[in-house]
Design a protein around this ligand. Structure first.
Ligand SMILES: [Zn+2]
Ligand SMILES: [Zn+2]
Length: 493
């Protein structure tokens, strides 16, 4: 991994992928806005996930629940009680820190051994003059810190016009609970048989105290979650159904990330050990990715047993069971939860796609996105923008292709520059329209009606009749082989 976070952040801003939220006012803490290319990439990512895990599967359905849920949901789920971080406050400057973070920060020290001079001392180290260790606020160096207090990470708001305790509501900290509270609705309306899953992609909010690392950890983010319900009494291939399906989901999620371009050497599985497991989780496995900040969680796949359905049954007083026709009994399904973050996945795909190479003595930056992820699929470029016929033909091609894909037209630079620009945002194919395409009426020359397709990765070219373009791109953009197209439609010399 060579790309740094700074490189990605700067590319994202420069090329319209991701901007800091409310930047003209100095930014909103750890909130980001997706720009024109970012939103295309993000939509593609979510659409592929939905297509592969919902649309293509007979055992999956989706929902789209509201962000504001009944406050009892968070009581039942344990979030009110347990979704907390221990925090300490400085009594002087009022800054708040995560208790377990205080000693990972460089600290300010007014040293009595040097007449009270101010020093900034590296995290965890003592003062080299007096040997003192940090006891006060690491930031101001003056205030005492309070004992740790638990701080709930849910965003709190009020429903209705009165700001009182009875009208408190929370922005959901995860999408998962909506699948549990809708279990009965989905089961009955869709006549489902176990095993089946409910998927949802949507926003969640966590009032993180120390967010950061660009879009890796933000306070507002998007999740893609699946709750896959199984009958714990069933066995599959001689194993308990929940364990079998847990492994299946781990393998399917891993394969999905590989399929859309994450390299094997940047992916690994990490088994949670007993001390990390939530009390209700039977087993949790993370898919870690080698981000520019190091190995970190890309997604988690947990076996949550029957905890959630039982909790909601208890707090709502409604029965959340499944009738097992074979055994003639009501059971509470177990659930396997593959939970991933859209923003985090997007960051991984960006980092993995980023490459720098040298072409004829010049640096070329390429985002080697899988064509189905690429924000722009085709760029149509006129070779001469002063020739009306060329410009007209290029606009017409863009308009035709745009019925199926995100296609752009650009004539604001010379062709070499235009190619580089498209490489840098990962556009898999460029189409150039030239004099040969349209002919030269002054000289009485007739055009050949063909355009040049240029392949991002190989920089190879093919010469394709305009009327064949849609078919060729349908093939290429769904994973077709460039070499085949290049040999069928050879470029001149
Ligand atoms: Zn302080
Ligand atoms: Zn000192």
């Amino acid at each position: 991994m060579t790309v740094t976070m700074d490189t990605l952040v700067s590319l994202c801003k420069r090329r319209g992928f991701v901007f800091q939220s409310s930047e003209i006012y100095g930014g909103t803490g750890s909130c980001y806005d997706y720009g024109p290319l970012g939103v295309e990439l993000k939509n593609n990512l979510k659409r592929l996930w939905w297509r592969d895990f919902v649309q293509n599967r007979p055992d999956m359905v989706g929902i789209d629940a509201s962000i504001l849920m009944h406050p009892m949901v968070w009581k039942a789920s344990g979030h009110l009680e347990n979704f907390t971080d221990p925090m300490v406050d400085c009594r002087e400057c009022k800054l708040r820190f995560r208790a377990d973070d205080v000693d990972t920060l460089a600290w300010t020290h007014y040293c009595e051994a040097t007449k009270g001079n101010k020093f900034t001392i590296p995290a965890g180290e003592p003062c080299s003059h007096c040997g003192a260790r940090r006891t006060l606020c690491p930031d101001c160096g003056k205030g005492e810190l309070t004992p740790p207090r638990r701080f709930n990470l849910m965003f709190k708001t009020f429903m209705g016009p009165v700001e009182e305790e009875a009208s408190v509501a929370y922005l959901r900290p995860e999408t998962a609970q909506a699948m549990f509270v809708n279990f009965e609705n989905v089961l009955q309306s869709m006549r489902l048989k176990l095993p089946f899953g409910i998927a949802q992609a949507g926003r969640s909010f966590r009032n993180e105290i120390t967010p950061g690392n660009f879009i890796f950890r933000t306070r507002e983010f998007e999740q893609m979650e699946i709750e896959y319900f199984v009958n714990p009494r069933d066995t599959v291939e001689g194993r308990p159904a929940d364990e079998y399906w847990h492994d299946r989901w781990i393998a399917d999620c891993m394969a999905w990330f590989r399929r859309y371009g994450l390299r094997e050497e940047n992916l690994r599985l990490r088994e949670h050990d007993q001390s990390e497991l939530s009390h209700y989780s039977k087993r949790t496995v993370d898919i870690d990715y080698r981000f520019p900040i190091g190995w970190s969680e890309l997604m988690g796949i947990a076996n949550r047993t029957d905890f959630d359905l039982k909790q909601h049954a208890k707090f709502s007083g409604k029965s959340l069971t499944y009738f097992d026709e074979e055994r003639k009994e009501h059971i509470v399904p177990y659930v396997v939860e593959p939970a991933s973050g859209v923003d985090r996945a997007l960051l991984a795909f960006l980092a993995d796609a980023y490459t720098e190479e040298e072409v004829r003595g010049e640096k070329r930056v390429v985002l080697r996105f899988h064509p189905e992820l690429a924000p722009v699929k085709v760029a149509v470029l006129p070779l001469l923008k002063k020739r009306d016929e060329i410009v007209k033909a290029a606009h017409a091609i863009r308009a035709t292709l745009a019925g199926e894909w995100r296609v752009v037209y650009d004539d604001t630079a010379a062709i070499g520059r235009l190619y580089r620009r498209q490489d840098e945002v990962g556009t898999p194919y460029c189409v150039t329209v030239d004099v040969q395409t349209v002919g030269d009426s002054d000289k009485g020359e007739v055009g050949d009606g063909k355009v040049t397709i240029r392949d991002r990765d190989s920089m190879g070219q093919a010469r394709v009749p305009i009327e064949a373009l849609t078919g060729v791109f349908r093939d290429l953009l769904s994973g077709g082989d460039w070499a085949k197209v290049a040999s069928e439609f050879p470029a001149a010399k």
